[in-house]
Structure formats: structure tokens, C-alpha cells
Design a protein around this ligand. Structure first.
Ligand SMILES: O=C(CO)[C@H](O)[C@H](O)COP(=O)(O)O
Length: 218
């Protein structure tokens, strides 16, 4: 089974968490793209979707799935998204696709966060994957200096502008042993819009695809 087959298998497994006649939240990335494609087969089951990126919105609409803005809904039954890393505590690093801020907002509204990954994303401790941080452009150098003080090595993601008009710093070599504390600390740096640690609101269910099938961890 190659990585794409694993992504497809875990994406299909997430369909079991889609509740009838509800609005669902949809994440961003290659794993979620398989989920969107699978969702198209049961699109009449749901009322609509709220998307976390322009890319996912475009894919959902192309497949005939109604997309609402988050301001039009009070709640989401479920939010389905991938991750760059996930631990046994269901803490994640996200933002490899630069959509972390909208992902965090849409996830916050959802009753349940279903994280869909292949087994390459499961880690004992977060931090091998460089931590994405979305930053207001004029604060980039200041925020980078603050990140160095915290022991990180920030790298400006050249040529990437987020859907919110901001830039991304990818922080290497951060010690993420206390993810909830670090998530809060990073949020408090002026100029940081959001950071890719999802621990204060982690996943509720992690579905992991491996050679032996899809495992559920809840
Ligand atoms: O956080 C994300 C995008 O901002 C993605 O969920 C994360 O990067 C995983 O992507 P993929 O499924 O392509 O590996």
C-alpha cells in the first residue's frame, strides 16, 4: 500500500463520522482532498460544508457540495482534517499547507475533530516537522527574533501568502514537550495570527491508516 492509498483509505473511513442533515467542517491538504472526493458520493446526506481554505472550497464546489461561510452557521457536527504530526495525546502540528488559521477557527466551532492521517504522521513528541506560524507581514522580523529567543530557528516560507494575506514562518528545532503551554506562549507574541500547534483544542478522534488497515484512537 503506498502513501496515497493509505490517505484514501483513512479518508473513506472518516465518512462514518458524517452525520445526516448537518453542516460539516472540512480541512485542507492532500488527505482531505481524498475525503472531499469521497464525500461527493454521499453529498445528499449533508446540508452543506464550511471550508478552511480557498483550495478546499473550490474542490467542494466543483463536486457539487454546497459551501457556507462560517458566519452563516452556529455549529458544525464534525470537522475532518489531516495533520503534519499527531501524538498519542491527540495533539497535532498543522499548517504544512499554510491554512492553519482558518483550520483552527473552523475546528473550534465543531463538536468533534476527526484527524485523518497515514502512519508516517504519528510521532511520540511534536517538533520534527517545522512548526508553521502565520504572521502579519510587517511583524515578520520581530516575531522571528522572538522565536529565536524561545530556542527556535525560524525560516520565512518564501513566496507563500496565506488566504488571510499573511506570511508563514516555519520554526525548526523547537522543543515541544509542553504543547499547550507553547501554543499559548506563541499566541501571545504580537504579530502572530496563529500557530500550528493544535493542543489546546486537539483532535477528538485520530484515524490512522497503515498496512494493516485503519485504526481508530478516541
Ligand atoms: O494543516 C494542513 C494544511 O494547512 C494539512 O492538514 C497538513 O499539512 C497535512 O496535509 P497532507 O494531508 O497533505 O499531508
Amino acid at each position: 500500500m503506498d502513501q496515497n492509498q493509505k490517505k484514501q483509505a483513512v479518508a473513506r473511513a472518516a465518512l462514518a463520522y458524517v452525520e445526516t442533515d448537518t453542516v460539516i467542517g472540512v480541512g485542507t491538504g492532500s488527505t482531505v482532498n481524498f475525503f472531499i472526493d469521497a464525500l461527493a458520493d454521499i453529498k445528499h446526506k449533508i446540508t452543506a460544508a464550511v471550508s478552511s481554505s480557498e483550495a478546499s472550497t473550490e474542490r467542494l464546489k466543483k463536486l457539487g457540495i454546497d459551501v457556507l461561510s462560517l458566519n452563516e452557521v452556529d455549529s458544525l457536527s464534525v470537522y475532518v482534517d489531516g495533520a503534519d504530526e499527531v501524538t498519542e495525546h491527540k495533539h497535532m502540528i498543522k499548517g504544512g499547507g499554510a491554512a492553519l488559521t482558518q483550520e483552527k477557527i473552523v475546528a473550534a466551532v465543531a463538536k468533534r475533530f476527526i484527524c485523518i492521517v497515514d502512519d508516517s504522521k504519528r510521532v511520540p513528541v511534536l517538533g520534527k516537522f517545522p512548526l508553521p506560524i502565520e504572521v502579519i507581514p510587517m511583524a515578520r522580523s520581530y516575531v522571528a527574533r522572538e522565536l529565536v529567543k524561545l530556542g527556535g530557528d525560524p525560516v520565512y516560507r518564501q513566496g507563500v501568502i496565506t488566504d488571510n494575506g499573511n506570511v508563514i514562518l516555519d520554526v525548526h528545532n523547537l522543543d515541544i514537550l509542553a504543547p499547550r503551554d507553547l501554543e499559548q506562549t506563541l499566541n501571545n507574541i504580537p504579530g502572530v495570527v496563529s500557530n500550528g500547534i493544535f493542543a489546546l483544542r486537539g483532535a477528538d478522534v485520530v484515524l490512522t491508516a497503515s498496512e494493516s488497515g485503519v485504526a481508530t484512537f478516541d
